[in-house]
Design a protein around this ligand. Sequence first.
Ligand SMILES: Nc1ncnc2c1ncn2[C@@H]1O[C@H](COP(=O)(O)OP(=O)(O)OP(=O)(O)O)[C@@H](O)[C@H]1O
Ligand SMILES: [Mg+2]
Length: 251
Amino acid sequence: MRYGGVDGTLAVKGLDMHVEKGEFVAVVGPSGCGKSTLMKLVTGLHIPQGGVVMVAGEQVTKPVSIVGMAFQNPTMLPWRTTLDNVLLPLEIVEKHRHRLRAHKAEYVAQAEALLATVGLKGFGDKFPWQLSGGMQQRANLCRALIHQPELLMLDEPFGALDAFTREELWQVIRDLHAAQGVTIMLVTHDLREAVFLADRIFVMSARPGRVVAEHKITFQRPRDISLMYETAFNEKVHELRGEIAEARVTA
Ligand SMILES: Nc1ncnc2c1ncn2[C@@H]1O[C@H](COP(=O)(O)OP(=O)(O)OP(=O)(O)O)[C@@H](O)[C@H]1O
Ligand SMILES: [Mg+2]
């Protein structure tokens, strides 16, 4: 995938990975290596000049509808309330669009339940600009989940959150994955987050990004936050850290 024509920026090249249905994978790598690009390729927001992307057995040629996305910067529409922002995907995904009008109350209840899960109970009628950055990010996560996607793409969705809220949301995501069997792809700079949540971690090289290492994370599920204080956990984090440090200098 190259941005800006033939002389433009080569973002990723020879990037090869396979994710199983129901798997939870994390993608880590140096800043600017093409992680967000990968997320946009998988969701069909960009189409690569070479190679193919397959989702659920079909080649991606346009934005994928079974996907829920929460990207790096919260992208809530300022003229809609938080609740209406959360409901937005339902107006777009065909399956739900038809049901939305007849069953509005049911969907509103679902949205409110999601907001409550992330600690935003009672904030549905506020506009995004009335929320803090972290609150917007949490609402963004609810929006990614409202249509019960089969594939959840998370690009640093916890970036602007304090450590405690982060850990709370890790547990929300962990439980959601366990309960619904959704496939999750998470981009993160937080290696503890990756090791705590993922079944498998891909390490990417510096730009043009490709996979340089793959780690199977075998800690038993359900994982408890206390896992992060265990030696084996910290050794894994340390190993990943070393690989990324190396990836930064050798493109
Ligand atoms: N729309 C765009 N137009 C031109 N170049 C872009 C565009 N989006 C990304 N790039 C370039 O492609 C490369 C990869 O960017 P990308 O956003 O995928 O990196 P990243 O791994 O997500 O970085 P970070 O960890 O900082 O979020 C960068 O060099 C960036 O400048
Ligand atoms: Mg990015």
